[in-house]
Design a protein around this ligand. Sequence first.
Ligand code: ADP
Length: 135
Amino acid sequence: MYKHVLVPIAMDHSPQTGEALELARRLLAQGGRITALTVLEAIPPYVAQYLPEGQEQHNRQTIKTQLQSELGDAPDTHADVVVGHAGRTIVEYADEHDVDCIVIASHRPGLQDYFLGSTAARVVRHAPCAVLVVR
Ligand code: ADP
């Protein structure tokens, strides 16, 4: 059983996301928590200069609110949205937030040709904790 389970959720949710959250719940120790994490690509500076100030922060907040509403109101399940590179940032987040298990889908929708997607592969290889890959 795990105290802090991380469920990375891409913005184009995979159909396995519900299953990943369900598994996370089953793996959770009493009193533990689940974080659903979306990593946003940074807006390139040559684009950002044409956007209103604070646009990235606004995007993060909007996506976080939407993710949180999809998760429902379970008090032990929270959404977080950070800016970075999906594979690297998920691993760093796990390291910095005392995550002891990551539950991740093996693919995003429509890209089933490979054994494991690139984000999932990086997380399995570099995570500082247990990783459960959902197929
Ligand atoms: P593929 O390379 O086939 O698209 P990925 O390895 O990228 O597969 O995706 C597998 C899983 O990784 C997704 O279902 C999701 O759980 C997670 N993931 C991918 N990108 C992100 C992201 N930007 N933020 C959070 N999780 C992500």
